[in-house]
Design a protein around this ligand. Structure first.
Ligand SMILES: [Zn+2]
Length: 139
């Protein structure tokens, strides 16, 4: 069964298109947390950020940057959050790689909160942790 983004890309479902080229589509989120909340995605199906080939990833991120710039200049956004979720546990609701471009304004309705709660670093062996992640990074 095709996911909702593949169905939008293939024209089976309507969307509010913001940008489109041969490889990338950007649409307005139908459940926006801010005015101008966009979703940028590759037209070819990849499950998530981690499984998307680099050339495609670069194209998607380039469009995300340009949309963010437009949201500042056209919508008067005071800030932008660029984020992508990998896996249901991280909040990925559609299994087709996409990047959220969320403009931020002073006051207003809706909203988006990103809260980072620090762990006690003394409970982690940071040098060993850094070393093991480092060893896992592929060329
Ligand atoms: Zn898909």
């Amino acid at each position: 069964m095709k996911d909702v983004f593949c169905r939008i890309i293939e024209g089976e479902l309507p969307s509010s298109k913001v940008y489109e080229d041969d490889d990338v589509l950007a649409i307005l989120d139908v459940s926006p947390v801010a005015k101008g909340h966009c979703l940028v995605m590759p037209k070819k199906h990849y499950r998530d950020y981690l499984s998307t080939p680099k050339d495609t990833l670069h194209k998607v991120m380039d469009v995300a940057q340009r949309i963010g710039q437009a949201e500042v200049s056209v919508l008067g956004a005071k800030g932008i959050n660029i984020l992508t979720n990998v896996g249901e546990m991280a909040g990925q609701s559609v299994p087709h790689f996409h990047v959220h471009v969320i403009p931020r304004y002073l006051g207003g309705e809706g909203g988006f909160q990103l809260t980072m709660k620090s762990l006690d670093p003394s409970t982690l062996d940071l040098p060993v942790l850094a070393e093991s992640i480092s060893r896992g990074i592929k060329e």
